[in-house]
Ligand binder design. Structure first.
Ligand SMILES: [Zn+2]
Ligand SMILES: [Zn+2]
Length: 271
C-alpha cells in the first residue's frame, strides 16, 4: 500500500513537471511567433507576462500636494517626483464649503498617460492582466495614507449589463488584488447597481442625477459598524463615489475611505 502511494505521488509530480514544461514551451513558442508588446507604447517587453514595459512603468506620474480631504491635486509634482497619493496639504475650496461623505480620498496620480492608457486597456480593451500591477499602486497609496483601521474592501459596483459585456468589473478585479496585498476581506457583492446611463462626458450635476438611488445594499450585516475602503479605477466628478458612500453609511458602515488609481482633478462635492 505504502509503495503504491509513493508511486502515485511520483507519477503526479512527473505529470505536473511535464505540464509545466509544456506550458513553458507553448509560452516560448508564442513569444517567438507573436512577440509580446507593451500595452501602452507597443515596445518590447521581457515576456508575455510583463504587460507594461519598464520605460512606461517608470513614466507614471504621481501627485505633488493634494487636498487632505478629497485628495484632488493642489500642486503638481516636479517631473519624476511626488509620492503615491500625494502629500497632504490644505483643505480645498470645495471641501471647505461642503465636505464629501467619505473620510478621505486618495488616488495614485493624475489622470494622464501612461497610467490613463493602462486604465483604458483594463476597462475597454479586455486586459484584466493589468489588474495585479495596478493594484500594487493602490496598495502603495493606502499604506502611505496610513488608513490602518480599514476592516474590509468594497469595489464600486457596475451594472449587470456592463459586467456581462466586459466580462468583469474592473473595480472588483482591483479590489480583489488589493485585498490579497493588504490581507483584508473583499465584499464584492454587498452593493448592487441598477441600470443607469453611462457617466462618460457628463458633469457633476448630471452624474449625480444619473446615480441617485441606483445603489442598494443586499448584505447589511457585513457592513454594520465597519470601516470600509471603497475602490474604483478613476475619480472624475466624485458623484458615483458620493452616492455609494452615502448608501454604505445609510446601511450602517462607520467610516468609508476611497482609493482610486487616478483622479481627473475635476472632483466636486455635493452642495
Ligand atoms: Zn511601454
Ligand atoms: Zn478637497
Amino acid at each position: 500500500m505504502r509503495t503504491g502511494g509513493r508511486v502515485v505521488r511520483l507519477c503526479r509530480r512527473g505529470v505536473a513537471a511535464a505540464a509545466r514544461a509544456c506550458g513553458d514551451f507553448v509560452g516560448m513558442t508564442a513569444d517567438l511567433c507573436w512577440p509580446p508588446a507593451c500595452v501602452v507604447c507597443g515596445g518590447t517587453v521581457p515576456s508575455a507576462r510583463t504587460i507594461v514595459c519598464p520605460h512606461c512603468d517608470a513614466a507614471v506620474c504621481r501627485h505633488g500636494i493634494v487636498c487632505r480631504r478629497c485628495g484632488s491635486g493642489l500642486r503638481p509634482a516636479p517631473s519624476g517626483g511626488g509620492t503615491p497619493g500625494g502629500r497632504a496639504g490644505a483643505v480645498c475650496h470645495d471641501c471647505r464649503d461642503h465636505g464629501p461623505p467619505f473620510v478621505q480620498a486618495r488616488s495614485y496620480g493624475p489622470h494622464v498617460a501612461p497610467l490613463s492608457t493602462m486604465i483604458y486597456h483594463l476597462k475597454y480593451r479586455h486586459r484584466p492582466a493589468l489588474a495585479p500591477m495596478l493594484a500594487e499602486r493602490l496598495a502603495a497609496v493606502v499604506r502611505a495614507a496610513g488608513w490602518d483601521d480599514v476592516e474590509g474592501i468594497v469595489p464600486v459596483p457596475t451594472t449587470g449589463w456592463r459586467r456581462w459585456r466586459r466580462g468583469y468589473n474592473q473595480a472588483e478585479l482591483l479590489a480583489r488584488e488589493l485585498g490579497r496585498l493588504l490581507g483584508l476581506p473583499v465584499h464584492s457583492r454587498v452593493v448592487i447597481r441598477r441600470h443607469g446611463r453611462s457617466q462618460v462626458g457628463a458633469d457633476y450635476g448630471r452624474r449625480a442625477q444619473n446615480v441617485r438611488g441606483k445603489f442598494r445594499v443586499i448584505q447589511e450585516r457585513d457592513l454594520l459598524h465597519a470601516r470600509l475602503l471603497l475602490v474604483d479605477d478613476v475619480l472624475t466628478t466624485g458623484a458615483t463615489a458620493h452616492e455609494v458612500t452615502a448608501t454604505l453609511m445609510a446601511a450602517g458602515a462607520r467610516k468609508v475611505y476611497l482609493v482610486t488609481l487616478t483622479s481627473t482633478g475635476r472632483t466636486r462635492v455635493p452642495a
